[in-house]
Ligand binder design. Structure first.
Ligand SMILES: C[S@@+](CC[C@H](N)C(=O)[O-])C[C@H]1O[C@@H](n2cnc3c(N)ncnc32)[C@H](O)[C@@H]1O
Length: 205
């Protein structure tokens, strides 16, 4: 049985393309802000030298305009190859995942990169089945006062991209998450929130 990574993030994308023809020259425009997800991936996984082998990131793209269909891509720091800290090479890995023949369960399409045709609900079900998770939310409990079991190995952290969660997503999250965690008083970009969570985890490790 696979060992659960110590640190797990799931980010929900509300505008990104899943088209394998994605242009690497226009990530914010034609890519539908796929640069935002790329930054979350690198913030979670990249150290100055190498990757965090204890971290896994789930990127979920699911919205009404996603003509090529929803996708869930899991990035595993212990096996991932060819991830660099820049958005363009990260987007090239998205493109590779989009080009794979997708199925209804996660399938590895590149070392450390798995993809499935899952949307929000299927991805959240699978993510939450492995271990409990909290939602990152400015209005949540301050990370500096978080209950000890919210920062323990295996716990998941769920965040949104540059858009707020939709009403239906919020309703589901309120039902299944064990709590809401704030990294500070301002709304930050998602990748900055992830940096702060990684830092908090580094300090309790
Ligand atoms: C750019 S923000 C989205 C901001 C958007 N105005 C909203 O209402 O959700 C991206 C994500 O980062 C996380 N985030 C941003 N600031 C945060 C904070 N201070 N504490 C916890 N999570 C935060 C949240 O999950 C948020 O959905």
């Amino acid at each position: 049985m696979a060992v659960l990574p110590a640190r797990r993030f799931l980010v929900v994308g509300h505008t990104q393309s899943t088209d394998p023809g994605l242009s690497l020259n226009d990530l914010p425009g034609a890519g539908g802000r796929i640069d935002v997800l790329a930054r979350v991936v690198t913030a979670a996984l990249c150290l100055s030298h190498g990757l965090r082998s204890d971290t896994e990131v789930w990127t979920v793209i699911d919205h009404e305009g996603v003509h090529a269909g929803p996708r869930t891509i899991v990035w595993s720091g212990d096996r991932l190859r060819h991830l660099n800290p820049d958005e363009r090479t990260t987007a090239a890995l998205f493109k590779k995942a989009f080009g794979a023949d997708v199925i209804d369960h996660l399938d590895e399409v590149h070392p450390g990169l798995q993809v499935a045709e899952w949307g929000f609900q299927a991805a959240l079900d699978a993510f939450g089945a492995a271990a409990p998770f909290v939602v990152l939310d400015r209005e949540g409990v301050d990370v500096r006062a978080a209950p000890g079991d919210w920062l323990r190995p295996g716990i998941g952290f769920v965040l949104s991209d540059h858009r707020p969660f939709g009403a239906e997503e919020e309703a589901v999250l309120r039902e299944v998450a064990i709590g809401r965690l704030s990294v500070g008083p301002h709304w930050l970009h998602g990748h900055a929130a992830v940096f702060l969570i990684q830092d908090a985890l580094d300090r309790v490790a």
